[in-house]
Ligand binder design. Structure first.
Ligand code: S3P
Length: 184
């Protein structure tokens, strides 16, 4: 059967992919980045999908990918920044997984994304304002989707260890929690 999936959610730049890779390695699971999964399936980057077919089409592809991955187990899934703002995606993922919010401050996001050009939603002249507005709108949605919330204004390794210790003993089953086992 394998363990339930661990789904990482949070705003663009919160570290979902980086923390996801670390977490998968530590927990002996496989990692999958939702955007990369969509890109491979479509043979296009997320930016190209937005440019060619618009956000609505991207959201439909994203929903399809969520449905496919919810059938699997034992994965650490780094979601996209918008994925868990849709109730149906959260419900789908919860069937077979635990949703973890990487809670990051808007200041850290602004700093991390200031030179980024790969996020179509922020590729606009009023980038900073648009980002803050989107952040405010999304935060309550992320919080209500999440089963576990961790402070993500720290190093990826710290965030990873926090997630491991916050996942309940029940999650790890009879095997010891690797976060505790790693302690001297
Ligand atoms: C999006 C975030 C992106 C990507 C797409 C839309 C969003 O993922 O899915 O550009 O709506 O916040 P990252 O959070 O990995 O950048």
């Amino acid at each position: 059967m394998g363990r339930k999936n661990i789904i990482l959610c949070g705003f663009m730049g919160c570290g979902k992919s980086t923390v996801g890779a670390l977490l998968a390695k530590k927990a002996g699971m496989s990692v999958l980045d939702l955007d990369t999964y969509i890109e491979k399936k479509e043979g296009k980057t997320v930016s190209q999908i937005f440019a060619d077919s618009g956000e609505e089409h991207f959201r439909a592809l994203e929903r399809e990918a969520v449905q496919e991955l919810s059938e699997k187990r034992g994965l650490v899934i780094a979601a996209g920044g918008g994925t868990l703002t849709f109730r149906e995606n959260a419900e789908e993922f919860k069937k077979n997984g635990v949703i973890v919010l990487l809670d990051i401050s808007v200041e850290t996001v602004a700093e991390r994304l200031k030179n980024d050009t790969t996020r179509p939603l922020l590729n606009r002249p009023d980038k900073d304002e648009a980002m803050r507005e989107l952040y405010e709108k999304r935060l309550p949605l992320y919080r209500s989707a999440a089963d576990i919330i961790v402070d993500a204004d720290q190093s990826p390794m710290q965030v990873c260890m926090k997630i491991m210790s916050k996942l309940s003993a029940g999650y790890w089953g009879s095997a010891p929690n690797p976060a505790r086992a790693a302690r001297p």
